[in-house]
Design a protein around this ligand. Structure first.
Ligand code: AMP
Ligand code: TRP
Length: 327
């Protein structure tokens, strides 16, 4: 039986943090053995907000390097840059004619991201961002999409668009399922556990970046806010400790029970010390690997990835054009 297919992507903007790693990348690596995996650097998504061109070009390559350093294996998974496969932009147009204004207006990420500059001044690209994401996924007849909790609504829209197109024009798309991890789907800011850890957070102390050195990691964890009370347990009514313990559990791959037992009767100080050590150890191999891929090796991997991706995307696109009456 042929393997089921997964597709996921991340934007080459800002610095990747532990939330991206535990919510997404970690699962990408775990899933690549059992699925036919496509992992994309979504640079067309990045320009929905203003970007400096030279920085974007570099960040795009750097993000592909991060996928590799995190353990995505180009022998198993297809790694490519979104803009290298022109069908992503083409299918976005077709799906824009299938999507409704009303359903896009309900997207909470647009509401969040447009808040800063104001809705009137937001790009239309930011508004239709979820359609581009749907195109990414649907081009590959994807079964499963591993993402963090914040992308769930976009996945629902993707499913709705696929079903509507299939109904109105004939079956062109597989309807994908989200894959959202039980633990780690929403890692919170170390400074404010009501907010998710985020690339765009102005308070750097809230995020552990994947390239933070050991000292920085230790300091950020030491300064992390905690809850009242003293017990170190998984308890959603105490979101700060719950978040820190979730991070500990994920980086050590221990069970919840083991973690609770380990810290029973211990104080926050000792817990934070052990947590810092565990996170530093967890990031070390990743940080060592990041410099081992030079641009040439990277470009070879990305070129072959784009070819593999295009072979599939072009088939879906032709079918779509035929069904719509463009070809
Ligand atoms: P982005 O960097 O926004 O393109 O996100 C890349 C992936 O990381 C997506 O699958 C997100 O859902 C996931 N992600 C982003 N922030 C977090 C977080 N704080 N906790 C867990 N997953 C996250
Ligand atoms: N919107 C996603 C994010 O910000 C990134 C993304 C773009 C994506 N296209 C995708 C994720 C397709 C999964 C599948 O995190």
């Amino acid at each position: 039986m042929s393997k089921k297919r997964i597709f996921s992507g991340a934007q080459p903007t800002g610095r990747l943090h532990l939330g991206n790693y535990l919510g997404a990348l970690k699962n990408w690596v775990a899933l690549q053995d059992d699925y036919e995996a496509f992992y994309c650097v979504v640079n067309l998504h990045a320009i929905t907000l203003p970007q400096d061109p030279a920085t974007l070009r570099q960040a795009t390559l750097d993000l592909a390097r991060i996928y590799l350093a995190a353990g995505v294996d180009p022998e198993k998974a297809t790694i490519f840059i979104q803009s290298d496969v022109h069908e992503h932009a083409e299918l976005t147009w077709i799906l824009s004619c299938v999507a409704r204004m009303g359903e896009l207006e309900r997207m909470t990420q647009f509401k969040d991201k447009s808040q800063k500059g104001g809705r009137e001044r937001s790009s239309v690209g930011l508004f239709i961002y979820p359609i581009l994401m749907a195109a990414d996924i649907l081009l590959y007849q994807t079964d499963l999409v591993p993402v963090g909790q914040d992308q769930k609504q976009h996945l629902e829209l993707t499913r709705d668009l696929a079903e509507r197109f299939n109904r109105d024009f004939g079956a062109a798309f597989k309807v994908p399922e989200p894959y959202i991890p039980k633990a780690g789907a929403s890692i919170k800011s170390l400074q404010d556990p009501a907010k998710k850890m985020s690339k765009s957070d102005e308070n750097e102390a809230g995020s552990i970046f994947l390239l933070d050195d050991a000292d920085t990691v230790a300091k950020k964890i030491k300064r992390a806010v905690t809850d009242s009370g003293t017990e170190i347990t998984f308890d959603e009514t105490r979101p700060a400790i719950n978040n820190l313990l979730t991070i500990y559990q994920l980086v050590t791959e221990k069970s919840q029970a083991e973690c609770v037992e380990q810290f029973a009767g211990k104080g926050y100080g000792q817990f934070k010390g052990e947590l810092a050590e565990a996170v530093i150890e967890y990031l070390r191999p990743f940080q060592e690997r990041i410099s081992t891929y030079d641009d040439e090796a990277l470009n070879t991997i990305l070129k072959s990835g784009a070819e593999k991706a295009a072979a599939i995307a072009s088939k879906t696109m032709l079918d779509v054009y035929q069904k719509v009456g463009i070809r």
